[in-house]
Design a binder for this molecule. Structure first.
Ligand code: NAD
Ligand code: MG
Length: 355
């Protein structure tokens, strides 16, 4: 959030909510429908349930998650029936199917009900136009669902975001905070934001830095070494495997802790060469990526891609799978002990199967 002070300089203020700021009472008399039982869905449903909230899970009749939810003692019905029963409907099916699911449940949303999201895409880009008489909130954990669940079970929290798009009852904010508390987010801290800010920063971050930027950097680094005659195994270790060690340090203590931990040679080389690689041109490209997020170009492209049954997406996915670094990595990970550990950890981290 930003406000202008008297000098016209922008001042950034952040509001963070903790357990004491939130009152579960706002959900006490309510039934919460959780639509979807994937990464976020299973975590929200189980955490809400264990926080004493009346939960009903909404899944398609054919859903393979049905048994998993029932085995955990949750009630399961169709999305439409769940929404009909509920005062708050948490939409945790994939973003691309949310508009269709919303059409199914729209008639079940009554005055004063709350429509709750974990990502702002469909509201922000007008793919769902919610009725005026309902609250529209977002509680978005900044973490994959299996961690939202695991942290809750260990009496720990998961940082999250809270936004109110539409406040029909005057209580949307309290309801959102109660929801954030019930899934364990206020234990760690919940930052106030808007649907616009969450959606645009989320898309930009995953495209330019987290998912897109990093994988491109890794592949280009790998190819540079291999094309110059170095072994694929060395290139893999340098450009992919060691990334985790560097990121762990940055996660713990920022860029400073990383620079402190590497050798002076690495620090000097990195400080002088980093901006040569990710240079002004890369920055201009980032501005372009951001613009396409802001003006809706990316959203339209992605919606069209889905309507056409994902032709480019399938091709790109396959090309990424076929990149040499994947085969090299698979082989190396199977040869080393940490490979087995990492695989085992990945297994316990899995969430219920998608259908
Ligand atoms: P997911 O793909 O893990 O799970 C979606 C679930 O929806 C499936 O398991 C299934 O139970 C159900 N489903 C799938 N297709 C359906 C259909 N056609 N009709 C009805 N139900 C269907 O989804 P997710 O990653 O948990 O994402 C849910 C929401 O949470 C999205 O808005 C996403 O942006 C947001 N989010 C996800 C993460 C994350 O780390 N995965 C983090 C923050 C926010
Ligand atoms: Mg994201």
């Amino acid at each position: 959030m930003s406000t202008n002070d008297d000098d016209g300089d922008e001042e950034f203020t952040t509001t963070v909510y903790y357990d004491d700021d939130a009152d579960l009472g706002a959900l006490a008399e309510q039934t919460v429908a959780v639509l979807g039982y994937g990464s976020q869905g299973h975590a929200h449903a189980l955490n809400l349930h264990e926080s004493g909230i009346d939960v009903v899970v909404g899944l398609r009749k054919s859903s393979s998650s049905r048994e998993a939810a029932e085995a955990e003692g949750l009630r399961v019905t169709t999305p439409k029936n769940a929404a009909s029963e509920a005062d708050l409907v948490s939409v945790l099916v994939p973003d691309t199917v949310q508009p269709a699911v919303y059409d199914e449940i729209e008639d079940e949303l009554g005055p004063g009900d709350t429509l709750q999201f974990a990502h702002g895409f469909n509201i922000h880009y007008g793919q769902i136009e919610p009725k005026e008489e309902v609250n529209v909130t977002m509680v978005a954990p900044k973490s994959p669902g299996h961690l939202v669940r695991r942290n809750y079970e260990h009496d720990e929290g998961t940082p999250g975001l809270l936004a109110v798009y539409q406040d029909a009852t005057g209580e949307a904010h309290d309801v959102g905070l109660a929801y954030a508390k019930a899934i364990g987010c206020t234990r760690a801290g919940v930052v106030e934001t808007s649907f616009r800010e969450e959606t645009e920063t989320d898309l930009f971050g995953e495209q330019a830095v987290l998912c897109g930027g990093v994988t491109s950097l890794v592949k280009q680094g790998y190819e540079t070494l291999v094309d110059n005659g170095y072994s694929p195994e060395m290139a893999y270790f340098e450009c992919l495997n060691e990334l985790k060690l560097i990121v762990d340090l940055m996660y713990e203590g920022g860029l400073g802790e990383m620079w402190d931990s590497v050798s002076d040679t690495a620090e000097y080389g990195g400080l002088t060469r980093g901006d040569m690689v990710v240079d002004d041109h890369a920055r201009e490209n980032m501005e372009e990526v951001l613009e396409a997020v802001q003006d809706g170009t990316f959203a339209r492209e992605w919606i069209n891609e889905n309507q056409a049954n994902r032709p480019s997406y399938k091709q790109l996915r396959q090309a990424e799978k076929d990149h040499e670094i994947e085969a090299v990595g698979e082989n190396l990970r199977s040869l080393f002990a940490w490979g087995e550990d990492a695989e085992a950890e990945g297994e316990t981290a899995e969430t219920p199967a998608d259908d």
